[in-house]
Design a protein around this ligand. Structure first.
Ligand SMILES: C[S@@+](CC[C@H](N)C(=O)[O-])C[C@H]1O[C@@H](n2cnc3c(N)ncnc32)[C@H](O)[C@@H]1O
Length: 290
């Protein structure tokens, strides 16, 4: 059994119960206050991930908290955010259907809270790169902070960049991921950055956006254009009462994919005759009077 111990600056996922759970960065000398008591970060340092800690003060008998190593899905759901984020299940589909993996070079716009940037960064490790752009200083600041917290600042670069109007210095990237209000407007420009056979991904909450994006992908010669929607339903598991949960997130967004190709005319197609060909009918028998 491998035991990983918690160190200063590590991110930990602290769980009290089904609803109350936090993503925290360990800071020696500091405390985390909950309504069920205080967690001293110094008490966490040296403990192993996957253990428990009891809140102080002990005279109130403490409360049990589980301390786990965060998963990429925990980063996304529990990180500080102000913009709408991409949910883990959608991110999973983006990864699998785009082929983004270790070594991939990816452009992302916009960065938003950096939720998707962290997931992409986590999967392109150790030698891939993510270049994430946004036009809002607040988003850039927040995304940078989240990327840094996730320990991905050498892999993910968050910077100012208007994907619609700026000419960004990229060639032959493996994938471009768009999560912004008007993706259809940028397709003509960003396809220049994408390598042939590379995948463009667009995440949009509405069908109107999907239609415009699909038409723009077609107009720009993309193939394999497909849009999907995922719905995740949790199950409540109880003795004699196992069934889907009553509440669920009914809609996140639609994910559209397209492949970049270089199209050519068919060289084998017969050339048209240069002169028009006539059929001579002068010797043909003719019925009736002319
Ligand atoms: C929904 S948020 C992205 C959320 C992000 N995927 C996440 O997981 O946190 C959309 C972002 O697109 C940015 N944006 C809008 N137009 C843009 C443009 N032309 N270039 C770059 N970013 C843009 C917005 O500022 C906003 O932060």
């Amino acid at each position: 059994m491998t035991i990983e111990t918690i160190k200063e600056n590590d991110l930990v996922f602290l769980i009290l119960d089904h609803r109350r759970r936090w993503l925290l960065q360990v800071k020696s000398g500091d405390q985390f206050h909950t309504h069920k008591g205080i967690i001293e970060y110094d008490d966490l340092i040296g403990k192993s991930f996957g253990s428990v800690i009891y809140s102080k003060p002990y005279e109130h008998q403490g409360h049990k908290f589980y301390v786990l190593k965060p998963l990429p899905s925990d980063y996304v759901v529990y990180m500080a955010r102000k913009t709408q984020i991409i949910y883990p299940e959608d991110a999973g589909m983006i990864l699998i259907y785009s082929g983004i993996g270790p070594g991939s070079v990816v452009i992302e716009a916009g960065a938003g809270s950096g939720a998707l940037s962290c997931i992409l960064g986590n999967f392109v490790r150790p030698n891939g790169r993510v270049f994430s752009y946004d036009i809002r200083e607040k988003s850039i600041k927040r995304a940078k902070k989240n990327v840094e917290k996730a320990g991905l600042k050498d892999i993910v670069t968050v910077q100012y960049g208007d994907i619609l109007n700026d000419t960004l210095n990229h060639v032959n990237v493996d994938s471009i991921v768009l999560d912004m209000p008007q993706p259809w407007e940028v397709i003509e420009k960003v396809k220049e950055y994408l390598k042939l056979s590379g995948v463009l991904v667009s995440f949009s909450p509405t069908i109107e956006q999907v239609k415009k994006t699909t038409f723009a992908l077609r107009d720009n010669g993309f193939i394999e254009i497909n849009t999907y929607e995922l719905m995740k339903r949790s199950l409540q598991v109880k003795e004699n009462a196992t069934r889907p949960e009553v509440r669920m997130i009914g809609h996140t967004g639609y994910i559209t994919f397209g492949r970049h190709v270089y199209d050519e005319d068919n060289p084998y197609r017969e050339k048209k005759p240069e002169r028009e060909e006539y059929i001579d009918i002068s010797d043909m028998p003719v019925k009736g009077n002319l």
